[in-house]
Design a protein around this ligand. Structure first.
Ligand code: ADP
Ligand code: ADP
Ligand code: MG
Length: 499
């Protein structure tokens, strides 16, 4: 039985994992870099150990150092979270060798699924539909041209080792093949140290729909339904929701069964995600498998009523899954917004800095997975995600209104955030009707990036002035004069005017 868990991660996901461990009565160990001395995960954990300088290669990716800390602190299991070492087969293997339980899949499954070319072959053998394209890597132009003429344009040239939207090129014309092939390969080499690429058909009107799976060490596997992740920027998710507005119950059940088959095909155990790309007519194809806990896992937890981290720990402990497929149901609707310290009106430039003030949204149906606090300085070294805001309601319309309300309550000063941009998405017609694809942000950019008349500084001043005026009026409540609340900042910014 696992007695102590080291969390090899930082930020909101480290905290989220520690919370479940605490509920299970399992003490936790935090690790931190120079840049994270005052991070919340360090304070929350039962023990915390410094592991190195700020750059992740010298700290959160330093396998030797993390293993050393696990031994010193007598942690008998490691949860890797997402990113960093979560999909690193060598790390999973090393844990095993050291007698430490890796809370995730074994190295073979990570290898088989981490390489997209191998994964495609495995899926074809398991009878799961894959995006039409090559099953071997493409190295030169002539081969690429021949393949593309067979598949037909448009196509995607994709890195086999790909992740985080990197090493991917859309090719619409034959003239673009040469530069796209070169671009995808050099980007893949730089990001993953492996320049293998393959070619697949570009699915028009793409919908990214992924299925959460759980599998134990006894051969049992279930899916926990889908997440719709088509609101994307540069192939990276911005908002996720479940259920998907696109799927009919019959197609959902069929995709779920394929997701379970995919997990079984690689002898998977733990939590994982099977990503599919679907067109407007619900034709769907396997895209890739993520062999880890996903950023957007909370929407599944809310709609299915399962704590995925607890299940991961139980699976690692060798327990059988406590439910069968027929026990699992989707109830209501959940949406997640990723809140970033970046400026959407300046091409999403990262906006690191010190949090001056934060008011987190509360109330019925709201979950906020964050880690920053007033006075905290967001380091420049890591992903600038501040938090995830998750809402649940009994249906989609109510969930959208609840998200708008929660975003309106959410106030952060000191850094720029994506909050106003996310609020505008909630107001966009294509989002409200649920008829959107991965082109949503591009197609709605005029609406989403409507320029307010003054910049951020001006915004802050107007906000402060209006609240000063409001509180002055509140003091006069005994007078008969009606109190008019200052108009909401975000609502007004949508109209391009303040107050
Ligand atoms: P999701 O967001 O659905 O969980 P992503 O593929 O976007 O899946 O990755 C999740 C996290 O892992 C993000 O923080 C992302 O930056 C990080 N990540 C994914 N792949 C890589 C990679 N190859 N190198 C560095 N970070 C990665
Ligand atoms: P990553 O490992 O970087 O997450 P994915 O293969 O999951 O890469 O693709 C990321 C995103 O890129 C998808 O969600 C989708 O928006 C787009 N994409 C990838 N392949 C295709 C395709 N064949 N057709 C259309 N869009 C695609
Ligand atoms: Mg992906």
């Amino acid at each position: 039985m696992i007695k102590k868990v080291l969390v090899a991660n930082r930020g909101e996901i480290a905290l989220r994992i520690m919370r479940s461990c605490r509920e299970m009565g399992i003490p936790t160990v935090a690790v931190y870099s120079d840049a994270d001395r005052s991070s919340m995960h360090v304070r929350y954990a039962d023990e915390a150990y410094h592991i190195g300088p700020a750059p992740s290669v010298e700290s959160y990716l330093n396998i030797d150092r993390i293993i050393e800390v696990a031994k010193k602190s007598k942690a008998d299991a490691i949860h890797p979270g997402y990113g960093f070492l979560s999909e690193n087969a060598a790390f999973s293997e090393r844990c095993k060798k050291e007698g430490i339980e890796f809370i995730g899949p074994n190295a073979d499954a990570i290898r088989q699924m981490g390489d997209k070319i191998t994964a495609r072959k495995t899926m074809i053998a398991a009878g799961v539909p894959v995006v039409p394209g090559t099953v071997d890597k493409i190295t030169d132009f002539d081969e690429a041209l021949k393949t593309i003429r067979e598949i037909g344009l448009p196509v995607m040239i994709k890195a086999s080792a790909g992740g985080g939207g990197k090493g991917m090129r859309l090719v619409k014309k034959e003239e673009e093949i040469e530069s796209s092939l070169r671009g995808a390969r050099s980007e893949a080499k730089a990001a993953f140290g492996d320049d293998s690429v393959y070619i697949e058909k570009y699915i028009e009107s793409p919908h990214h729909i992924e299925f959460q799976i759980l599998a134990d060490k006894h051969g049992n596997a279930v899916h926990l339904f889908e997440r719709e992740c088509s609101v994307q920027r540069r192939h990276q998710k911005v908002i996720e929701e479940t259920p998907s507005p696109l799927l009919t119950p019959a197609v959902r059940a069929e995709m779920g069964a394929h997701a379970v088959a995919a997990a079984k095909a690689c002898n998977y155990h733990g939590a994982g995600t099977i990503e599919f790309i679907a067109d407007d007519n619900q034709n769907y194809y396997f895209l890739e498998m993520n062999t880890r806990l996903q950023v957007e896992h909370p929407i599944t937890e809310r709609v299915v009523g399962v704590d995925l981290v607890k299940e991961m720990v139980n699976i690692a402990n060798g327990f059988e899954l406590p439910f069968k497929q027929e026990d699992l149901k989707q109830s209501g609707h959940a949406i997640e917004c990723r809140i970033y310290a970046e400026d959407p009106d300046r091409n999403f430039m990262p906006s690191p800095g010190t949090i001056r003030h934060i008011t987190e949204p509360l109330g019925l149906g709201v979950r906020h997975d964050g880690y920053v606090y007033e006075g905290y300085t967001i380091p420049i070294y890591y992903d600038p995600m501040i938090s995830k805001l998750i809402v649940w309601a009994k249906n989609r319309d109510e969930a959208i209104r609840r998200m708008s309300r929660a975003l309106e309550e959410y106030k952060i000063t000191g850094v720029k955030t994506s909050i106003p941009f996310l609020a505008r998405i909630m107001e966009a017609e294509a989002f409200k009707t649920g008829k959107y694809t991965t082109h949503f942000i591009e197609e709605n950019k005029d609406f989403l990036f409507a320029k307010p008349e003054c910049d951020g500084v001006c915004e802050d001043i107007v906000l402060i002035a209006s609240y000063l005026e409001y509180s002055a009026k509140l003091e006069k409540t005994r007078s008969s004069e009606p109190i008019v609340k200052p108009a909401s900042r975000w609502k007004d910014s949508q109209r391009g005017a303040f107050i």
